[in-house]
Design a protein. Structure first.
Length: 151
């Protein structure tokens, strides 16, 4: 089995810092998201050499789940309502979040992450404070993204 990240983010020193999986699934519970992440980690353990990014983001249309590796015990994810992030892309179109498939959502998440990488920390909207609080902003600043990267 091979695992592909929908989006992989690298810091300014080209270190793998964020693995992103995009799913066009609504009303995902924290328990389901955590189980999904655990299954991915277990699949990765089957490979002799694999790299686990310090951050893992499961991006769904109505909730983002972000885990930070290296915390003691089973880490709880940062959970964020992405409507403020996604709605800015819908202001000039007739689309709604309910119409998104995984590919379209992935493009929006990519666009948003590119903005995160180059936006000054003091220009984040209040609904994006979790990006700062989690340390993700510091990890991504000045970095770059790649798509459909094999783990």
């Amino acid at each position: 089995m091979s695992i592909n990240w929908d989006i992989a983010a690298f810091d300014r020193k080209n270190r793998f810092v964020l693995a992103v999986v995009v799913k066009a699934i609504f009303q995902v519970s924290e328990a389901w998201a955590d189980s999904y992440r655990q299954n991915i980690l277990e699949d990765l353990e089957e490979f002799e050499e694999f790299e686990v990014a310090p951050y893992f983001l499961l991006a769904c249309p109505d909730r983002f789940f972000l885990w930070k590796q290296g915390t003691n015990g089973a880490p709880r994810p940062f959970m964020a309502d992405p409507s403020g992030i996604l709605n800015r892309y819908f202001t000039k179109s007739d689309f709604t979040v309910e119409q998104l498939d995984s590919d379209s959502l992935g493009l929006l998440v990519t666009s948003w992450l590119n903005g995160v990488m180059f936006k000054p920390a003091n220009q984040f909207d209040p609904f994006e404070q979790w990006v700062i609080d989690s340390g993700l902003y510091s990890a991504l600043a000045g970095g770059h993204l790649e798509h459909e990267v094999a783990a």
